[in-house]
Write a protein that binds this ligand. Structure first.
Ligand code: NAD
Ligand code: TYD
Length: 341
């Protein structure tokens, strides 16, 4: 079988491509990726000479290009990782989030409908919005997104479900918790804090740092998606996480201790507007497919921090390149102000 993996050069997509090639060597994988700042061919270094892997550079919002990539490669299944993914970027420049995450997903659905393909869509726990203490989201909970990123992902989920209901399109959705692991672009919290700590730069913690996240290992996300692709019910949604949360300050503590750095690097800075206090998901539905996470979130964060210490050659060119402009825009004023507002 041939899979079209959109966003396969990004963080989770590249980990999934690596996993799939290793565990399903009989399949062909076509990575379809626009190669934005977050999509990097080097995330799949060492694999490009495999006859079962190829790359098509293209935009998921380009219907003709997606159709051609599917037709020419006899694709049977689309797995959609492609997205604009960072909440802070969605606050600075939201329109591209609608273009890629909503319109792009819609285009994939149209091509899947026209060519009779199955589509698996990668979503996020952020579509449920802020979750009060004592509750963990289940798949049937109403969606209540609160950032432009989360709203665009929720809209995409609803289109995917509408195509199943209206056209009978064979779809599945997974909603992942915050992932950590190898090749995560340093705009996200764990790689940002790890690389800043290694460089001896301050760690900008938004607000009081008591927000709660489930920091799941990307490996467990990959096996969760695999379980749904192989055994999931058509038309169904599955949460993927560990079901265990920690505060951002606990995460920072693990990063600093793993890297042997001092807590004096921590700076509480002005909060993110609309910052969701807590995400928490119930993952029993995925467990019922025989899946179990391999990693504890504490272990996952520590392992990710260690990877950044051991792979400076991957992230230093990023940090010294276009990332700098974004970093200054997002943090210069916050770090100059220094205290939580
Ligand atoms: P990422 O930002 O690291 O990578 C995104 C990839 O999509 C890049 O390769 C980029 O080039 C590609 N892309 C962007 N726009 C495109 C377009 N218009 N056409 C084709 N390709 C395009 O993202 P990630 O963290 O790997 O996230 C992958 C998916 O998982 C996303 O759908 C995201 O919403 C979801 N998700 C992420 C997390 C997380 O913690 N990172 C958690 C849950 C769900
Ligand atoms: P992030 O990795 O951006 O994921 P998300 O917002 O999608 O959960 O952030 C994880 C948590 O870390 C979130 O509560 C926001 C917080 N955070 C900071 O405190 N400082 C930062 O510089 C960043 C990027 C995030």
């Amino acid at each position: 079988m041939t899979l079209l993996i959109t966003g396969g050069c990004g963080f989770i997509g590249s980990n999934f491509v690596r996993y799939w090639l290793e565990h399903h060597p009989e399949d062909r994988v076509v990575v379809y990726d626009k190669l934005t700042y977050a999509g990097r061919e080097e995330n799949l270094a060492g694999l490009w000479d495999r006859p079962t892997l190829s790359l098509v550079r293209g935009d998921i919002a380009d219907l003709d290009a997606v159709r051609a990539a599917c037709r020419e490669n006899d694709v049977r299944l689309i797995v959609n990782f492609a997205a604009e993914t960072h909440v802070d970027q969605s606050i600075l420049g939201p329109l591209v989030f609608t273009e890629t995450n909503v319109r792009g997903t819609h285009v994939l659905l149209e091509v899947a409908r026209e060519l009779g393909l199955r589509l698996h869509h990668i979503s996020t726990d952020e579509v449920y919005g802020h979750i009060p203490d004592g509750h963990s989201s289940v798949e049937t909970d109403p969606l209540a997104p609160r950032s432009p990123y989360a709203a665009s992902k929720a809209a995409a989920d609803q289109l995917v479900q509408a195509y199943h209901i209206t056209y009978g399109l064979p779809v599945t959705i997974t909603r992942g918790a915050n992932n950590v692991g190898t090749y995560q672009y340093p705009e996200k919290a764990v790689p940002l804090f790890s690389t800043n700590a290694i460089l001896g730069e301050p760690l900008p913690v938004y607000g009081d740092g008591k927000q709660m996240r489930d920091y799941a290992h990307v490996y467990d996300h990959c096996t969760g998606i695999e379980a749904v692709l192989l055994r999931g019910g058509v038309g169904e949604v599955y949460n993927v996480g560990t079901g265990r949360e920690m505060t951002n300050l606990e995460m920072v503590d693990i990063v600093l201790r793993t890297l042997g750095k001092d807590h004096s690097l921590v700076r509480h800075v002005a909060d993110r507007p609309g910052h969701d206090r807590r995400y928490s998901m119930n993952v029993d539905k995925l467990r019922a497919l025989g899946w179990e996470p391999r990693y504890d979130p504490r272990q996952a964060v520590a392992e990710a921090a260690r990877w950044y210490a051991e792979n400076r050659a991957w992230w230093e060119p990023i940090r010294n390149g276009e990332f700098r402009e974004y970093y200054d825009r997002q943090y210069a004023e916050r770090l100059a102000g220094n205290a939580a507002r």
